[in-house]
Design a binder for this molecule. Structure first.
Ligand code: PHE
Length: 341
């Protein structure tokens, strides 16, 4: 019996060495220690034929063999599993020291960048920034701004009318009225925003564009304050050496009114491509707030006076960034927009 058991062990070891998969290991287990047809199970059953003496030693040896078969098969299954896990880990290995994929950050629109810069300047000069409606009644668009019934700005050729009583604002000067209705003087307000005019789009026109309005009302304000403020404003925007000039002009809501020019930020006034050789760039309109406008909002023009000035952002933006067409600003072409930050 002892020889037989040695033989069985050798057989098993040989078969075990040939096992290459979990399924084969399962079959090997069935073949050797399966409850019904296992070789060792059958072998156990023959023990009964032996003498009690022999049965004892043979039984112990058979049990030992049976246990070592179980242990060997378990060990093999375990090593298969470990190998699989190692392979999977190797396959899914991540090099955490590799640089990450760069997340593409968004960009602020060039108009937004310019608007923020201008807002910062106004805030540094003590102005509050205010936002207001883009749809206005005729009161805010025209009447309160002293624009007479027959003024060309009222014509449907220039203004987008929405209903009989409403229109898209064609200038941020409407914000003068809102600002003065909300506050008691003295006041300083700057209002950036979109305005709308029935212009045919071309390189320098777009039916929607941006303006910023500045308004200051206090006691004893003069044209000198307007000039000083505008001069300080352009120095903060374009540099200390910038100068301004005022050309008399007419806007119904100011008296007197003036167009503001400033020395070209590119050439400093000598003349170049940006300023078309003149050395000057147009900034916008300005003037002393008309007494009629003050009266509309219940401010006594005998006690208070003030000034307003407005500038357009789009053409300025185009000049600053060297754009030859302001429509680029509204085409939302990412290749264009991602150049600004
Ligand atoms: N609103 C005027 C325009 O759009 C500019 C302006 C603003 C003029 C303030 C005078 C005072 O042309």
């Amino acid at each position: 019996m002892s020889d037989r058991i040695t033989q069985l062990r050798e057989d098993f070891d040989r078969e075990l060495a040939a096992v290459a998969s979990d399924t084969e290991a399962g079959s090997l287990r069935d073949r050797w220690v399966g409850r019904k047809s296992g070789l060792l199970t059958a072998e156990m059953k023959t023990l009964g034929k032996l003498s009690p003496e022999e049965r004892k030693t043979a039984g112990a040896k058979l049990n030992e063999l049976k246990n070592s078969v179980e242990v060997a098969i378990d060990g093999l299954l375990g090593s298969f599993a470990a190998k699989r896990e190692a392979e999977q880990l190797a396959k899914e290995r991540i090099d955490v020291t590799l640089p990450g994929r760069r997340i593409q950050a968004g960009h602020l629109h060039p108009i937004t960048l310019l608007r923020q810069k201008i807002e910062d300047i106004f805030v540094s000069m003590g102005y509050e920034i205010e936002d207001g409606p883009e749809i206005e009644t005729h009161f805010y668009n025209f009447d309160a701004l002293n624009i007479p019934e027959n003024h060309p700005a009222r014509s449907p050729q220039d203004t987008f009318y929405l209903t009989e009583h409403l229109a898209l604002r064609s200038q941020t000067s409407t914000m003068q009225i809102h600002a003065m209705q909300k506050r008691q003087p003295p006041l300083r307000v700057a209002a950036p925003g979109r305005v709308f005019r029935r212009d045919t789009p071309d390189a320098t026109h777009n039916p929607m564009f941006y303006q910023v309005e500045g308004l200051l009302i206090d006691r004893g304000i003069t044209l000198g304050d307007l000039k000083g403020t505008v001069e300080e404003f352009v120095r903060r925007l374009f540099g200390l050496e910038t100068r301004t000039r005022f050309r008399p002009s007419y806007f119904p809501f100011v008296e007197p009114g003036a167009e503001i020019d400033y020395t070209c930020f590119k050439c400093g006034g000598g003349g170049c491509r940006v300023c078309k050789g003149s050395g000057w760039i147009e900034m916008g309109g300005s003037g002393m707030v008309h007494p009629n406008v003050l009266r509309v909002v219940g401010i006594d023009p005998e006690e208070f006076s003030g000034f307003a000035f407005g500038l357009g952002l789009d053409r300025l933006c185009a000049l600053m960034y060297g754009l030859d067409d302001i429509r680029l600003l509204y085409e939302n072409d990412v290749r264009f927009l991602e150049q600004f930050s």
